[in-house]
Ligand binder design. Structure first.
Ligand code: AMP
Length: 218
């Protein structure tokens, strides 16, 4: 079925970004990552980026008004008409309520909300070791996925890599706390709408992808 619309939920480092990229390719739908949007704004030095940087570095959440505004503008763009994967949004109950209203006003309904579950102890290890190719964005990990040739991206051959400013042990604690305090309460919201599916994300990436595909269908 074409035109899938879904939310990928889960803790920081739980693999949402990686899986969203795979689903994007598999289903021809757009990944809407609010974290990526904010990092692009920080990099470009826009007023939004300047405002968001300190909040992100502290592992806290950017205000609901800003985030809802960003998504409201993005989701109505032409490339979202064929479907989308929300990755990192909504993250609070007010964001979820604003999204419900936004979708209702536009006559759009969600196909699924999928929670990728991973225990906290695993997340710290996953987050603190990760890095990406600066050119093509391929993800790597110091322990779990090193480039085949040290220092060279497997996909595009670039030798430049970046680590996220907030992927350090101190910030991870705050990000996990924000997740448990502010984002976990969204699960009952979507369960009540009959949309929530829970997947065990503490397994090999390919197995998790297969599970996602079996939830979403062909
Ligand atoms: P992520 O890449 O999804 O882990 O997001 C990185 C950081 O961006 C988060 O720790 C927050 O500071 C901020 N952020 C991303 N999405 C949201 C959101 N929906 N609401 C509030 N803050 C967000």
């Amino acid at each position: 079925m074409a035109g899938k619309r879904l939310i990928l939920m889960g803790p920081p480092g739980g693999g949402k970004g990686t899986q969203a990229k795979r689903l994007q390719d598999r289903y021809g739908i757009v990944q809407l990552s609010t974290g990526d949007m904010l990092r692009a704004a920080v990099k470009a030095g826009t007023p939004l980026g300047k405002q968001a940087k300190a909040v992100m570095d502290a592992g806290k959440l950017v205000s609901d008004d800003i985030m809802v505004g960003l998504i409201a503008e993005r989701i109505t763009q032409a490339d979202c008409a064929q479907g989308f994967i929300l990755d990192g949004f909504p993250r609070t109950v007010p964001q979820a309520e604003a999204l419900d209203k936004l979708l209702k006003d536009k006559g759009i309904s969600l196909d699924a909300v999928i929670e990728v579950e991973v225990p906290d102890a695993r997340l710290i290890e996953r987050i603190t070791g990760r890095f990406t190719c600066s050119k093509c964005g391929e993800g790597y990990h110091d322990k779990f996925k090193q480039p085949r040739k040290a220092g060279v991206c497997d996909v595009c051959g670039s030798t430049e890599f970046t680590r996220r400013a907030d992927d350090n042990a101190e910030t991870v604690g705050a990000r996990l706390k924000a997740y448990h305090d502010q984002t976990a309460p969204l699960m009952p919201h979507y369960r009540a709408q009959g949309l929530l599916k829970v997947i065990d994300g503490d397994r090999d990436m390919d197995v998790v992808t297969k599970d996602l595909e079996s939830v979403l269908g062909t």
